[in-house]
Design a protein around this ligand. Sequence first.
Ligand code: SF4
Length: 236
Amino acid sequence: MSLLDNKDDLKALVEKLNFKEKVERSLALIDEAYKKYGDELVVANSLGKDSVAVWSLAKKVSPKIRGFIVTTRYKPAETIRFMNEEVARHPELKIYKNDAAIPDRLYETDPDKCCDILKVEPVQRAIREMRVTCWVTGLRCTEGRTRTDFKEVEERDKGLIKLNPILIWKEREVWQYLALYRVPVNPLYGAGYRSLGCAPCTKITNDDNERAGRWIGTSKCGGECGIHTRPLTNDH
Ligand code: SF4
């Protein structure tokens, strides 16, 4: 049976598969999807550790695979620098950003709306303009309370497949991969961050929950920006 159609117990696989088996499974998922969707398969790269791991895996499958980065006016300077280095290394990464005028400190008064405008809209635009039918993400099911129910292959929006090839990796295995294959990472991890986002909404914490430092003090605390929960196409 095709790995894209697997009905495996993913929660069991998180513990059962070892690092090498997980890497092989991720490569096989991307390879199968690339054979099926070709150039319409595109990697979403948020510049976090999970994204750069997935981007590296995709490049092993084919150097031709394209990607997009969504950035905002509130990304830390380190992330912008890292983004520019990544794009210089990989010109097949396209940057998307929404520069529309928004109220000051919207991230405090209405963070959902702020994320909708600054993050979800550019993802929708990237998917439309790059003619994506399969987007590849760095989602992991052990990453936080909002990420336990995803599947490796999903169709949340009609006609748009979402592939989550490292869904069953643990945080430690991501770092293991990045260290073993010497993948460059955002220097903010060296400062103590475990999950990266926009500067006003991201803090360093020692909480067990990897995403606990995101949107502290708001209803979104530890949650999602919306690109994994909101519709991304008009056809749904
Ligand atoms: S993470 Fe914060 S600043 Fe960035 S888009 Fe969302 S609410 Fe706005």
